[in-house]
Design a protein around this ligand. Sequence first.
Ligand SMILES: Cc1cc2nc3c(=O)[nH]c(=O)nc-3n(C[C@H](O)[C@H](O)[C@H](O)COP(=O)(O)OP(=O)(O)OC[C@H]3O[C@@H](n4cnc5c(N)ncnc54)[C@H](O)[C@@H]3O)c2cc1C
Ligand code: FES
Length: 528
Amino acid sequence: MNNPEDARITSGKNMSYWTDTATPAVQNPLKENLETDVVIVGGGLAGLSVAYCLTQSGKKVVLIEDGFIGSGETGRTTAHLVTALDDRYYHLEKLFGDEKTKLIAESHMMAIDFVEQTVKKENIDCGFERVNGYLFRHPSDKIDSLPQELKAALKAGVEIKEVDEAPGMLRVEKALCFLNQAQFHPLKYLNGLCKAIEQKGGKIFTGTHALKINHESITTAEKFTVKAKHIVVATNSPVNNLFTMFEKQYAYRTYVIGALVKKDSLPKALWWDTGDFEDNSKIPPYHYVRIHPYNAQYDLLISGGEDHLTAETGKTKVPEENRYKLLEDWTRNYFPIGEIVYHWSGQVLEPMDGIAFIGRNPLDHDNVYIITGDSGNGMTHCSFAGLLISDLINGKENKWEKLYSPSRFTLKESGAVMQLLTEDLMNVLKKWFYTGSVELSSIKNSEAGIVKLDGKKCGAYRDESGKLYLVSAECTHLKCMVLWNNDEKSWDCPCHGSRFTYEGKVINGPANFDLPAYNENAVLTEPD
Ligand SMILES: Cc1cc2nc3c(=O)[nH]c(=O)nc-3n(C[C@H](O)[C@H](O)[C@H](O)COP(=O)(O)OP(=O)(O)OC[C@H]3O[C@@H](n4cnc5c(N)ncnc54)[C@H](O)[C@@H]3O)c2cc1C
Ligand code: FES
């Protein structure tokens, strides 16, 4: 797994601790046409949870993944399994009302229980453990935010209490203690799911890109077809929709460091602040921290945060690669950390109303399903998706169907959608007409920029050895102009979060096609 070729097919150049310490269970490209009950696209936590639940219920399943198992955001997560939701309960209560907020809380509790039971039943060695989680106030948040959250969370049925001091922190902080949360090694959990799926006859294929997806089949880049009665698109950002869903969620980059702390010097726990309300992001970025065993001498303190909209570094304009320093400074302020031994970033999709979209794909045939908009609660949202989607496919009633429906739309959201559409249009115009280009000769080794070649705007990147990579700067989703992310060495789209490697390979949807690659004479080097 330390092979840089592997790192190139994950969602960026940096290697996460999880990817570095687990070998994927399945490596098996599809080389034939198949027919099945259900085909699932995406081998992250969502796809595998759905595949697991369906094979348990006796369905024939084929799962297609274009990287390796967990090579998407599941390999970049921090794997807190929580009922302490990103979008506070007092906020959800206002949006959804008391009864639905209770249902939301219940679904996350069920998801943690489901993972715990699956780990036991399938004997998965993934370090799953129950821990408490501590939510403390960010200095910019309102003074009564914790009492408000306590009241709403209790009303929703969450196990929670107030504490005077969150354990393990350098600064004494009053906090809310969410009981019975959990954590695990996400890729070791996925390996366990793969084994259980295959034992029940499920078929898993990796290194296989689903290029065309419709309600009858998927066709791979190598032109093999899988026909199915049901199609589940679990690609994090759905790659089968050109015009739906992306306007109901925002793509954010988020950053993680892994720092050494003396073995057993900190309690096993989760910690979160309530988010920076002075940041001008749509959602106040917050910090999230956990502990994981590292070696005989040290534990790894895994700290995340410093989020910003993808390809938009916000008011501060701190570029992607400098976010780790901000994160380190924040972490040192609160925790006794030593050397930083890992850093990586990832992408989360923030739904407009705080809860994921799990269910039938809007404006599509009834047998096509999606899972997206998991926010920073993707571990529970994706696990819960396994239970919900398998009920839908098996024709069983499920009381969460409407709540999580990707077609749901509130009046409040429709205003936000109009705002997003306008912002999108402005983004396209601004980037195409006002983002200047540079001379190709001015791009030095390890640098990138937008250049004009024969009238076409292209992204140019010269690697450390001077090798030049030229790709179209036009996102293959809806043609916004991509921008360089020097941290993960990727071209990121500011409109809806599609991302591409420096060679143009698509690594995050909604785009599903690579950026065409050019040579210096502006001639395509690969078929369009
Ligand atoms: C830094 C970070 C920290 C996070 N921390 C937490 C946390 O502590 N707790 C929590 O609950 N959530 C957390 N999240 C969110 C959570 O990790 C994600 O929501 C979750 O992993 C998403 O899983 P997924 O299966 O939907 O997507 P992914 O894991 O991205 O899986 C989608 C898969 O689809 C594949 N794919 C895409 N297109 C195609 C195609 N055309 N053909 C074939 N395959 C395709 C991709 O290669 C990918 O492997 C975090 C996320 C990040 C980035
Ligand atoms: S992601 Fe939609 S235009 Fe790029």
